[in-house]
Design a protein around this ligand. Structure first.
Ligand code: MF3
Ligand code: CO
Length: 266
């Protein structure tokens, strides 16, 4: 069952999604070689609590941390660890918050300078594929139009692998609601999009093979070939003509460009 939100509910999801964006932006100021992803996780949890919210992921189906931080060949659902980050690392930070009865859920991938060109391209293509998918989140389209836009751009124009096992989703009172939003598929297929559906669109793209394996921790998803992966996620409200993006990368990319340790396109 796909829930249609009221305008008031959309505003509450926007508030949660913007808090996620601000949390990731805060972590962008701390990212540098030598910091551990565990330290980033603790700061995120503190920041979320300071803003009268709760981390959505902690205890979700037993997930033990506030954030998922997936480094290099880790695709998603990476456990924060005590290991120190290093130059050349790709760090995907995925955050969810629950506030006023609604979840926000967004992710962004950072590169610790210097970043090799192939990984720069991976970040750019993954982010662009997200926006091409988001553009299709308009009333009257179908879920497959979003999926197809992401896959076509990523697989046809670039030799990158689109992860199949994990998908985007509806978001609202629950972190994961219907519909599922694969990052591959056919135009004109799947559930029809209606005004005020709220979607989490989240391409996970690999430099090499699309195939993934699970870590012994039961959560961390890694590329099968050990090559690097990127992940960006927005929450989007379906509208007539033009989607309304509820999360916001602007505060994140502003702090990214201001941090000399981070690779930035801008
Ligand atoms: N953004 C991810 C998702 O939507 C984060 C979920 S992590 C979990 O699936 F710990 F909550 F499972
Ligand atoms: Co999500």
């Amino acid at each position: 069952m796909i829930r249609i939100k009221t305008n008031a509910e959309v505003e509450l999801i926007r508030e949660s999604a913007l808090l996620v964006s601000r949390t990731i932006a805060e972590l962008a100021t701390l990212l540098r070689p030598g910091i551990s992803t565990h330290a980033l996780d603790l700061r995120a949890e503190e920041f979320i609590h300071d803003h009268q919210a709760i981390p959505s992921f902690k205890n979700y189906r037993g997930y033990p941390y506030a954030t998922c931080i997936s480094v290099n060949d880790a695709v998603v659902h990476g456990f924060p660890t005590r290991n120190e980050l290093r130059e050349g690392d790709l760090v995907s930070i995925d955050v969810g918050v629950y506030k006023n009865g609604f979840h926000g859920d967004s992710a962004y991938t950072f590169g610790l300078m210097p970043i090799v060109q192939e990984h720069q391209l991976l970040m750019r293509v993954t982010r662009e594929s997200l926006y091409l998918g988001v553009e299709k989140a308009v009333a009257g389209n179908r879920v497959g139009d979003i999926s197809n836009a992401i896959q076509e751009f990523t697989e046809r124009k670039h030799p990158f692998g689109v992860v199949r096992e994990l998908v985007g989703h509806g978001v609202g009172k629950q972190l994961h609601e219907d519909p599922q939003i694969p990052n591959y598929g056919k135009k004109g297929t799947g559930p029809k999009l209606r005004e005020n559906m709220v979607l989490a669109i989240e391409p996970m793209i690999n430099v090499g093979t699309k195939d993934v394996i699970y870590d012994a921790d039961g959560w961390t998803v890694r590329t099968k070939d050990g090559k690097f992966s990127a992940h960006y996620e927005h929450n989007v409200c379906v509208k007539k003509g033009k989607p309304d993006i509820l999360s916001n990368f602007e505060p994140i990319s502003a702090n990214e460009s201001a941090n000399a340790h981070l690779f930035s396109d801008y």
